[in-house]
Design a protein around this ligand. Sequence first.
Ligand code: MG
Length: 276
Amino acid sequence: MDKMEVGVFLSSLGIADTGQALAKAKELGIKVVQLGSPPDDVLDGPGREDYINTVKESGLEVSALCAWYPGESYADIATVGRTVGLTNPETVSERLDLTRKHADVAVELGVSLLTTHIGVIPEDASCDAYSALVATIKEICEYCKARGITFGMETGQEAAKPMVEFIETVGADNLKINFDPANMILYGSGDPIEAMEVLEDYIVHVHCKDGLSPEAKGSLGTEVPLGQGEVGIPNYIAKLKEIGYTGPLTIEREAGDDRFGDISAGKILLENLRDN
Ligand code: MG
């Protein structure tokens, strides 16, 4: 892969069938993709071989596999806190199991990075919920490490400093960050470019997404096409160059009714900023 090759988060295309989505990505001139959670039959086994073959035969490079979990909702900040990631004691054991299955699929794909939203890190580092999350992530990191996989937690729900403190508390050398600048805007968790100064040693993969701040407390901001939001995409790419990032620029577009158009325009924007 070339330095800062523009890629796409495959699910952003809004095409459920993996083979068709990969074909569309190629049609858009994309060479590298991040995959979202595969269907259940792939995670559970029977559909796995076909899935792996489909991905490999596409010729596209896979930079990362992202795990998400059934029942997650991004309706508003309180709902995210309750449903997203690995923080809820009622779902954590089932989700740990699912995460291990994702790591197994990553191994078979030859992909060395597994990412996810781990959920909202509790503010009080001395509370039981914080310790429980640390223990859960440690367990995942150990499982991944034994298989040569890096585990990347995605930014968004918290500011940069508590995220680094959390990573240091877990203390696993394969725990890194999938940096998403727009999430920081959407959740109101700080300026993404400033956050990169704090997080730079841990950033191994990035999303290129843009957004506008929330209009009301407790709600989420609005995702917009690349270059039309508050991230400041030219500054973002300049900062990635400054910190020596060389991985893919993975476009993520989770909203809007012209995904292909937005992704194509985003690709041109990012390539211009990267090359000039
Ligand atoms: Mg993202």
